[in-house]
Design a protein around this ligand. Sequence first.
Ligand SMILES: Cc1cc2nc3c(=O)[nH]c(=O)nc-3n(C[C@H](O)[C@H](O)[C@H](O)COP(=O)(O)OP(=O)(O)OC[C@H]3O[C@@H](n4cnc5c(N)ncnc54)[C@H](O)[C@@H]3O)c2cc1C
Length: 315
Amino acid sequence: MYDILIVGSGPAGLTAGMYASRAAMRTLLLASAYHPSLITTTDLIENYPGFPEGISGFELVEKFREQAEKFGLECIQDDAVSLEKTSKNSAPAWKVTTSGSSFEALAVIIATGTEYAHLNVKGEEELTGRGVSYCATCDGPFFKDAHLVVVGGGDTAVQEALFLTRFARKVTIVHRRDRLRATGILRQRAHDNERISFEWNAVVTEIMGESAVTGVKIRNVKNPEDEKVLKAEGVFIFTGYIPYTSFLHGILALDEGGYIVVDAEMKTSAPGIFACGDCTKKLLRQVVTACGDGATAAFSAEHYVNELKGTLYGT
Ligand SMILES: Cc1cc2nc3c(=O)[nH]c(=O)nc-3n(C[C@H](O)[C@H](O)[C@H](O)COP(=O)(O)OP(=O)(O)OC[C@H]3O[C@@H](n4cnc5c(N)ncnc54)[C@H](O)[C@@H]3O)c2cc1C
């Protein structure tokens, strides 16, 4: 029986793990065996305080892990598949099941983050890994002197398009609106970059190619008859995210997008379950806010566990 079990090893989960272990809670963290934290797919984070020169996502997460393990956090690689109520010596507890094991804890912190949304158009699935990608850092270097298409207009799409200009001859950003949603400094850099061009008010309707991507078909959203083909060797898709919360349906209150509803103390609708980071309903999904949420969730969970054990300071 653990005091606190954390699901997810991104910035939110690892920060929660550091706070919980440092508070002498017996804490286990389940890290996905299949999907790394999304932040490890970017080569440069320049808005996390303390790193004025920037740092790669992979390096930052490794630092988080090292710091949490220093305080005794136990980490294993296993994906949670279900969560159910149980009890220990009449105290309420939770059981988390993975494909081969199960673990019990008095409190659980969900920090499962999100995965990339797919376009769900013809050619996308068939050509994934053969020109269709969701990770510029992983796949960008394969596209030296190529023409690439980036789909999306938010921070991630623009940041990754800028990164891809290090390799590609030309990067076309296809965006369904008539201007970028990305933050000012990224917008300015994209507009100033001569390798970047834009297709406004456009959506991708098909990714073309037999054994590798040869182009994308785009349609103008204002004039659906206006369709054209952009020749390209690669397509990078950054059109949004889907929270990893499908195993929590019916257990926790989720919003219409599947994000976990939490209060300011990171409490969910179920007593003893806390949530933090990108998988929660919130305004800003960034590393710095994920870490803040993680610290709050661990503090709340610690308070909850001490209350159950009758060891709360002041009682
Ligand atoms: C390309 C890109 C660039 C970005 N750039 C920046 C930036 O410059 N600055 C910034 O602040 N933010 C940036 N972000 C956003 C940042 O990545 C997220 O806000 C941050 O990673 C959220 O942390 P998290 O811990 O909530 O989730 P994540 O980092 O996504 O970690 C969640 C982890 O939980 C795992 N998991 C899911 N389900 C389970 C399960 N059932 N069992 C076990 N584990 C599970 C996931 O696989 C994942 O490893 C960027 C994102 C992307 C995609």
